[in-house]
Design a protein around this ligand. Sequence first.
Ligand code: GDP
Length: 595
Amino acid sequence: MSDNDIKKIILPYSISVRKLADELDASPIEVIKVLMANGVMASINQSVDFDTAAVVASELGFEPELEKIEEETAEDKSEVPLWRRVIEDEDEEDLEPRPPVVTMLGHVDHGKTSLLDAIRHSNVAGGEEGGITQHIGAYQIDHNGRKITFLDTPGHAAFTSMRARGAQGADIVILVVAADDGVMPQTREAANHAKAARVPIVVAMNKMDLSSANPDLVKRQLSEIDLVPDEWDGDTMIVPVSATKMQGLDDLMEAILLVADNKEIKANPKGEVMGTVVEAELDRFRGVMATLLLQNGTIGVGDTIIAGKAHGRIKAMFDYRGNRIETAGPSTPIAVMGLNDVPRAGDLFRCIESEKEARAFVDELENEEKSKTVFQRVSLEDLFERLQAGETQELRLIVKADVQGSLEPIVNSIKEIEEKQSEVSIEILHQETGNITESDVMLAAASNAIVIGFAVEADNPALRLAEKEGVSIRLYTIIYRLIEDIEKALKGMLEPEFVERTVGQAKVLATFKVSKFKVAAGCRVLDGEIRRNGKIRVLRNSKVIFDGEIGSLKRGKDDVREVREGFECGVALKQFHEFEEGDLLECYVVEEKPI
Ligand code: GDP
């Protein structure tokens, strides 16, 4: 065979025999034969790792290459909103800084509305305040010459259904916590939403003017939900404020801008027009009025847009003060007139050449939506297939139970299941006692999780939403059944015999505190790689002094799935914090033993 015949092929970390055969244009039987000839017995649905797949690929005349994993987005592209992907696809040199978009989340009555009002009033340039005649659901402020866009989420119930998506439209979440009341259920929920959408959180500790304020207690509660204050060596900024006394607002703006600078919030003003619908209504006199947040590109009067399933030519455009404007750039909230229908909050919008094109797009969207609700969401039934297909490596759960006494053993058993295998990480996004509510389903929909209930019911709004969003809810009354089902869902890939395989080694160069009790190791990978889902043995003077799980693996500030030879990384282990310079970390995975 000449060199020209060798075809390059990119393969993932792990691939099922069936898929490998597809990729190699071979029959599964051919692939299985090559595997057997190399001492590997695998059935058609079993997965093989890259090294094994690479041997097969080479024998069949391919030049295999390991798929590059884009660090942050690799886990699940579908979670990254489309507008973010549009910006990511722009040429780096066309990108310009844009104002950060901020949304406020928090428990009811903790002061979101008061804080939004206070910020708006204190920051509008002198004398113009009277000019704000309408709430359009978003506004922009100026802080020392820099702009910040706030999504001014109204308090009405209809909007809560957008909360889940709201976090996805924003660059930063301000989590409002009343200093006299502390972390409450909706605080936790909001934090979960922000984390699921991978949006950074700044905490505004409100009502500091009250004598009953207890900031230390609140900070401790925040630490318990993984929002460790920076003053305690964590990485969450907690800013004390009082909305009613207008105190601390400048500090809050500074904190937002600091986070924004770290995140490099950018867009291409000349790029593809893309944004999110903030809210929309039918006005008796003006027709459909929609508030849009433009995230990329520049939009102008006369452009034809499509927003969700509505479309039309923009007849007039207004800024948040109600002033008529002709064009607007990235991160600008605008109110537009001219759509033929009322889009939904959270819908995306984009520019389109003609109405005809718009209608074709709407049809396409409708079709896609239909197929999406049927196929897209995970369920325990299809989990195994997804794992096999390499579509997911994570099972996300929301667990509700009648009492604490049953919640704990369930959560512990689920954790045990996770520990018994290394292929799938099981993440419990939220655990709580009580019936399954709409907000549980919302969180599940936003993060593609399954809701599991033990001795509880799902209320009607929750059931309706679950049906609409295609979220799977499973109810149990016997604990072992619940556990058995999860185990079954993971089965097939899990054979009773396992072997350990070392995948890489790293040397500890330095140690650093990440919180009061936790210490991480700054390392260089000497050979192979360190994998987030692998396990670590810590060796000192050639003796194993610890063997256990990785708590986090970072490159710089980013969580990553693996770090390869020659690179530096930060490793924190779940139950070991006594690293010393010079320690050797051996990363290994536990694998199914070939029969
Ligand atoms: P939301 O439900 O989170 O939007 O909360 P609101 O903004 O409606 O505030 C709830 C209640 O807390 C109202 O009675 C506010 O007047 C009060 N409140 C809000 N911020 C402060 C504050 O900084 N100090 C005090 N003392 N009360 C506040």
